[in-house]
Design a protein around this ligand. Structure first.
Ligand code: GLU
Length: 311
């Protein structure tokens, strides 16, 4: 395992920090405007238990789109591969994450993949449970287990802020209902309630690093040897992270960093190096595609220096 000293990590972080205020904090969910624009932090947790951090790792943030990787895993566990992929595709869309363009243009009108909003809302509709509250509880329990039993909470202010302003997600979900992707038994508002809750789960860099570590170790918690996710499902999730995890910059990130990652509009990035590191990054200042500018710079710098690329 390549050695990373805390001093070296700090040097890389300092170098990327100059990009930390280069973009904009997401504001279409009004509560996200309060995020510290120039923050930058990173935590790495190794399969050997080693943990290294640099920068602003005490900044809390919400999972947003990063949650989609883990609800996909829970939906696969609940329903199996065939049922999940009857409802969502496996291809990058090439459109914005909240676009509804292809739902109408391309037959059979199912979302292109589980990491765009239409796909993620569909995936959330597949999570088992009798009510949105029970589904949210199951999601929290699953995420918590993967996070090494770190207690997780929902940021209620972010939840309400999104629930009150999510006109586009609401229209996407009703479109999916009209296309029968969300079936007769599915209440659109119930699905959205669960979806907004999963997006509003609050974490730190260390939570992301711990969750990524389980993916890096093919579904097994390296700290206690327990299998938390079937290996096949982790393989599916990691493939989506490489092809669609960084919005419409996924190809560029695959070329420059070459590691599986998922970002969210809060500025978080979850990334992993197989069998080696789970990584959590926060940098709320985003580029126009929705990725943390400094976070991407930091991961690309580290990948080049440490030869992390899968390719
Ligand atoms: N809750 C956000 C939304 O649905 C998540 C978007 C993201 O992080 O990409 O718009």
């Amino acid at each position: 395992m390549a050695e990373i000293t805390p001093e070296q990590l700090q040097t890389w972080l300092n170098h990327s920090r100059k990009y930390a205020a280069a973009g904009e904090v997401a504001s279409y969910i009004p509560e996200l405007r309060h995020a510290p624009r120039d923050a930058l932090g990173i935590t790495l947790i190794g399969c050997d238990g080693r943990s290294i951090t640099a920068g602003d790792c005490s900044v809390p943030f919400t999972l947003q789109s990063i949650s989609k990787v883990f609800t996909l895993l829970l939906a696969l566990i609940d329903n199996g591969e065939a049922a999940v992929f009857a409802k969502v595709g496996m291809e990058p869309s090439g459109d914005d994450y909240n676009s509804m363009l292809k739902l109408e243009l391309v037959e059979p009108g199912i979302p292109f993949n589980p990491l765009i909003n239409a796909g993620a809302i569909t995936i959330t509709s597949l999570i088992h449970g009798p009510s949105p509250a029970e589904k949210t509880k199951r999601i929290m329990q699953f995420f918590q287990e993967i996070a090494g039993n770190a207690p997780l909470r929902i940021n209620e202010a972010v939840y309400h802020s999104e629930a009150e302003t999510a006109h586009r997600n609401r229209s996407l979900a009703y479109f999916l209902k009209d296309n029968a992707v969300l079936g007769d038994d599915i209440d659109v508002e119930d699905v959205l309630e669960t979806y907004f809750n999963q997006c509003a789960i609050e974490v730190h860099c260390s939570t992301l690093a711990r969750m990524a570590l389980v993916l890096a170790n093919n579904g097994v918690d390296p700290h206690n040897g327990r299998t938390l996710i079937p290996r096949r499902y982790v393989q599916i999730a990691k493939t989506f992270m490489v092809t669609c995890g960084m919005y419409n910059a996924s190809g560029q990130f695959a070329i420059r960093a070459g590691i599986a990652a998922k970002s969210g509009v809060s500025g978080g990035i979850l990334a992993l190096v197989p069998q080696r590191w789970g990584i959590g990054v926060i940098g709320p200042s985003l580029d126009r595609k929705g990725n943390s500018i400094a976070g991407i710079h930091l991961l690309e710098t580290m990948s080049a220096a440490l030869d992390w690329s899968l390719f």
